[in-house]
Design a protein around this ligand. Structure first.
Ligand code: ADP
Ligand code: ZN
Ligand code: ZN
Length: 685
């Protein structure tokens, strides 16, 4: 007997010989240990068994069977296959994402030990009560709840479009309670960054031990525990999790909630499968006969477009709970302030004034700056030389506290050079000139620099900073949030980490230091994103009876997008942007597929990318654009080229996939193209 087995590497499957004594135990969905190549050993999943001996290749035997029962069910296999087909990647990549930690047998044994130990501890403390009393929905919320139910009668997917603090989460809780009462399972998806203790505790109060939490910062062992429990006879009825929780086994899924559906982090960028968890969740729900509720204050264009066309149900909540006022957004023109030399670092006089008033009232402030580090980069005062990453095509970011320069793509870190390697002033001059770092100026202001400016401007104000440098672990992140909620600091400075689903009672002012940084990105989605991010940031102000005040600093005060943001006019922004999207063949009117090629040799890559684009043009005509160098054209020492495909939505994805695969195979028959890495990004974000 032979078995086709998928391994956690970028191939669909490999065929192995099943030794006779293992035959009864090698079943579809069971994990097995197999050899690969000269000395590698992998854990794989059995796809099927058969009697067709592969021709002309050596077939190696299965070493060990790990499971008595399948750990991947038929619904999961169908879902894996859909992901592989739609996102154009091998099944092995999906398996790697879908099964927590593809472990070697030794690890597996250790794991069984440790999980046995942990279980005995856990059972002592496990809370099992269905504790909390559900709140009463107010009339607007009740109306929305009823509309969602009505919508589910004839729609699989419904969009709940509700302003921040309108009670969307409250409605989710009521819906979950209803599905659980019917014995159905619920999957509640949140973007990585929003899955905080705040929301976990809020749900835990109602659902107790019936809820399982699935976080990407969990260890492989913790994730495997939840995975096993979900496959067991006593699964959690509710899973609160991040994007990868769509890969858990479900037995009776009735409802999927995708909160903050517009969030970019639902898209997995690296490694494959480059799936969008919202779209994949809709497919998962469809395959399970479940409903999907998408919630947000600022819908993605993709979703809003489908809702307007009637493909998705649409329910709106326009009022904040208890009629709290939405914050007022005041635009401050920094171009003017700069010209008059009135700016103090990143702060305009108006922002300083508003902040000082709030501090006097003992209110809290959030400052938003979407760039971490001290500055964007440093530049030689004499010759303009800028230090760049030796492995990537980007400038290095200055981190002053550690006196280092860091690459935000690959993590490469180096000391600030003593002197400029490009123009190299003689050492004697340095000895006279004091600190060597003074040969450089820093350009742009990151969160670290903003924080440094605070004491000079606001006497005695205390600060916390939240970005990828200060909140590397989940514990640190939670710590900052909890300290700020307890008013241990007056001002929280942060990157977009501060925009997500956080409730702070005493924040009355939100300062956006540089709105232009978001508007001027070379991306057709930059306005949509800026609107979403800035609305979310603004939503942090004025919760729980403190009316909020948002100060938006920008050099482009007189533009439509800034007007749409200040008047919270989603529809107008959508309408104008959609006209352009249609004109230039962008989503949601067309489907984008990026074809990436990576290689160490830039010239060879150039040649291969041009060759591939020619082949693609022969098949797809002028739907093909490029090849181009992406904005960051080298990462981890690999050069990158991008070819863009703009496909009609009606183009059958199976056909597209076949053509792309055929072209890739043609390419890889060329000896020089053997070592090129080709991959796809479908519906890129
Ligand atoms: P959203 O998810 O739309 O941002 P939330 O559900 O978090 O809104 O509601 C905002 C705040 O108002 C929360 O503190 C929540 O507890 C409170 N709230 C909303 N609706 C109700 C309700 N019906 N009863 C009690 N509190 C509510
Ligand atoms: Zn120089
Ligand atoms: Zn780098």
């Amino acid at each position: 007997m032979f078995a086709d087995i998928t391994l956690p590497i970028p191939f669909d499957s490999f065929t192995y010989l099943v030794p006779p004594d293992m035959e009864p135990r090698v079943m579809r969905g069971c994990r097995v240990v197999v050899p690969l190549g000269k000395n590698k050993i992998y854990t794989g999943v059995v796809l099927n068994t058969h009697n067709h001996a592969p021709q002309g290749v050596e077939v190696k035997p299965v070493i060990e069977v790990l499971d008595e029962q399948p750990v991947v069910n038929e619904q999961q296999f169908a879902f894996w296959q859909w992901i592989a087909n739609y996102y154009l990647c091998p099944l092995g990549d999906v398996m790697k994402a879908g099964l927590p930690g593809a472990m070697k047998p030794t690890d597996e044994r250790a794991l069984k030990e440790s999980s046995r130990k942990r279980k005995s501890v856990k059972s002592d403390v496990s809370p099992s009560a269905w504790a909390g009393q559900l709140s009463t929905l107010n009339p607007a919320q009740q109306k929305a709840f009823d509309e969602i139910e009505a919508s589910f009668l004839h729609q699989d997917v419904t969009l709940l479009h509700g302003v921040t603090s309108s009670g969307k989460t409250e409605i989710y809780i009521h819906l979950i309670a209803q599905y659980l009462a019917q014995g159905k399972q619920v999957l509640y998806l949140l973007p990585e960054i929003a899955l905080t203790t705040q929301i976990t505790e809020r749900l835990r109060r109602f659902f107790g031990d019936r809820m399982g939490v699935y976080h990407s910062k969990f260890s492989d062992t913790q994730r495997l525990d939840i995975y096993k429990r979900q496959a067991s006879a006593k699964p959690h009825q509710l899973i609160l999790g991040v994007r990868s929780s769509i890969f858990l086994p479900f037995q009776n899924l009735g409802l999927v909630i995708v909160d903050e559906e517009h969030e970019q982090s639902y898209k997995q960028q690296e490694p494959a499968p480059r799936y969008h968890a919202r779209n994949a969740a809709i497919m998962l729900a469809h395959m399970c006969g479940a409903k999907t509720l998408l919630g947000t204050a600022t819908p993605s264009f993709e979703v809003y477009h489908l809702a307007r066309k009637g493909r998705y149900g649409y329910v709106q909540l326009t009022q904040r709970y208890r009629d709290m006022q939405l914050p007022t957004i005041e635009v401050v023109d920094t171009k003017e302030a700069k010209r008059k030399r009135l700016m103090k670092g990143a702060f305009s006089p108006r922002l300083i004034e508003v902040m000082q008033a709030a501090l006097l009232r003992h209110e809290q402030i959030i400052l938003f700056q979407n760039r971490r580090g001290f500055s964007s980069f440093i530049e030689c005062k004499t010759c303009g030389w800028v230090p760049r990453c030796p492995h990537c095509d980007v400038t290095l970011t200055l981190h002053k506290k550690t006196a280092s320069l860091t690459c935000h793509y690959c993590g490469y870190t180096t000391r600030i050079p003593d002197r400029c390697p490009a123009c190299s002033p003689p050492p004697s001059q340095l000895a006279l000139g004091g600190s060597p770092a003074q040969s450089f100026v820093s350009i742009g202001a990151g969160t670290e620099r903003i924080e440094e400016q605070i004491p000079k401007l606001f006497d005695g104000a205390t600060t916390l900073r939240m970005d990828l440098d200060t909140a590397t672990t989940r514990a640190q992140y939670e710590r900052i949030i909890s300290d700020f909620s307890q008013h241990k600091a007056d001002i929280l400075i942060g990157t977009q980490m501060v925009t997500k689903g956080l409730d702070f009672d005493r924040v009355s002012v939100v300062g956006v230091l540089d709105a232009d940084a978001m508007l001027n990105l070379p991306d057709f989605r930059s306005y949509e994103r800026a609107f979403q991010t800035l609305s979310q940031v603004a939503g942090r102000a004025g919760r729980n009876n403190t009316p909020g005040h948002v100060i938006l600093q920008t050099r482009s005060a007189d533009t439509d997008i800034i007007r749409h943001i200040t008047s919270n006019d989603y529809w107008q922004m959508f309408y104008e942007q959609m006209t352009e999207r249609q004109l230039f063949h962008y989503p949601p009117f067309y489907r984008l597929i990026y074809v990436y090629l990576r290689h160490r040799d830039d010239q060879l890559l150039d040649h291969l990318a041009t060759d591939m684009a020619t082949r693609l043009r022969a098949a797809f005509g002028d739907r093909v654009l490029g090849p181009d160098r992406p904005p960051v054209a080298r990462i981890h020492s690999l050069y990158i080229r991008k070819i863009m495909l703009k496909m009609e939505l009606t183009a059958p994805i199976d056909k597209v996939r076949q053509t792309l695969t055929a072209i890739q195979q043609q390419m890889q028959t060329m000896p020089i193209a053997k070592s090129v890495n080709i991959y796809y990004d479908v519906d890129p974000l």
